[in-house]
Ligand binder design. Structure first.
Ligand code: SF4
Ligand code: SF4
Ligand code: SF4
Length: 284
């Protein structure tokens, strides 16, 4: 083999390895990009969905990402700024890659744009798949009812809320469309000064819709009242705890006892020692 042939071979080999390295590099980068994309496929548990959305798993299975809800929200007549005559941003946004939400699905961030609890709830009936379920916001009279929305629940940070310091502020209370139902002001004596009063905002879980108008109105730098999805904000005591004063709870227990086993059955068939040594009885 001549010197020239050798040189050509070496340069071909170099080119081959350079291409290989570039392709491997691109492959690795593609893998990283895909991993990044896949991580965006799952929404943050703090995601707030539009009114009447199904439970998250069913919602993701049902929503076809058409954007009609967001479009209806943007085009609602009440979305026109009276001063400028221009349309304001929609409450419902369709998630992009930079959002911590499954790409293409609708969500909202109350501190940016809250839900205005529109009387005719235009975002819900336009959903073609039932991912937003009209039944969830239809009352017994067959009318759409914004008070039946449950997008989340407002939570007050007692340390950051200045009303808990004794400073007079009722911005969240006044912003609430369900004032005195979903949110009330609770009077308390300020023992520190001995002569002032606290007026503390208290949210009521059965009436709060999670619209976030309170969060938007909060005067603190980072909102001291904010909306969380109900499954994140609320605890679950378990079916074995019963409220003696709650008729629904009483009914639940009556139905359970009728269906299962009576206290008399347990007492008559087992000794106390058996009961203590055999915890299976609690599971049966
Ligand atoms: S009810 Fe809320 S989310 Fe629906 S259109 Fe009105 S502002 Fe938008
Ligand atoms: S209208 Fe329904 S299916 Fe379309 S993006 Fe909104 S929730 Fe999803
Ligand atoms: S989220 Fe706030 S403004 Fe909306 S209903 Fe609940 S307490 Fe009222």
């Amino acid at each position: 083999m001549g010197k020239e042939d050798q040189k050509t071979k070496i340069s071909e080999r170099r080119r081959f390895f350079t291409h290989l390295a570039q392709n491997v590099g691109l492959g690795v980068m593609g893998g990283l990009l895909w991993a990044g994309y896949a991580s965006k496929a799952k929404s943050s548990p703090l995601t707030l969905r539009p009114p009447a959305a199904l439970e998250e798993e069913d919602f993701l299975r049902t929503c076809i990402k058409c954007g009609l809800c967001s479009e209806a929200c943007f085009n609602r007549p009440s979305n026109i700024d009276k001063e400028t005559g221009k349309q304001r941003p929609a409450t419902l946004k369709m998630a992009k890659a930079e959002d911590d939400v499954t790409i293409g699905t609708p969500f909202f961030k109350p501190r940016d744009v809250p839900c205005y609890m529109c009387e005719d709830i235009p975002c819900v009936p336009v959903c073609p798949t039932g991912a937003l379920d009209v039944k969830k916001v239809t009352n017994k009279a067959g009318k759409l009812d914004p008070t039946m929305m449950d997008m989340g629940i407002a939570v007050v940070d007692h340390n950051a809320c200045i009303a808990f310091w004794g400073i007079q502020c009722d911005a969240c209370y006044r912003a609430c469309p369900l004032m005195d139902k979903a949110i009330t002001l609770e009077y308390d004596r300020n023992a520190r000064t001995g002569k002032h009063a606290f007026l503390k905002p208290v949210v009521h879980m059965n009436d709060c819709t999670g619209c976030g108008l309170c969060e938007k109105a909060c005067v603190t730098e980072k909102a001291a009242i904010y909306v969380l999805p109900r499954n994140i904000a609320l605890g679950r005591p378990g079916a074995h705890y019963v409220k003696g004063w709650d008729t629904k709870d009483q009914q639940r227990i009556r139905e359970r006892v009728d269906k299962d086993v009576t206290t008399h059955d347990i007492r008559s068939s087992r000794k106390p020692q058996d009961y203590l040594n055999d915890m299976d009885i609690l599971e049966n």
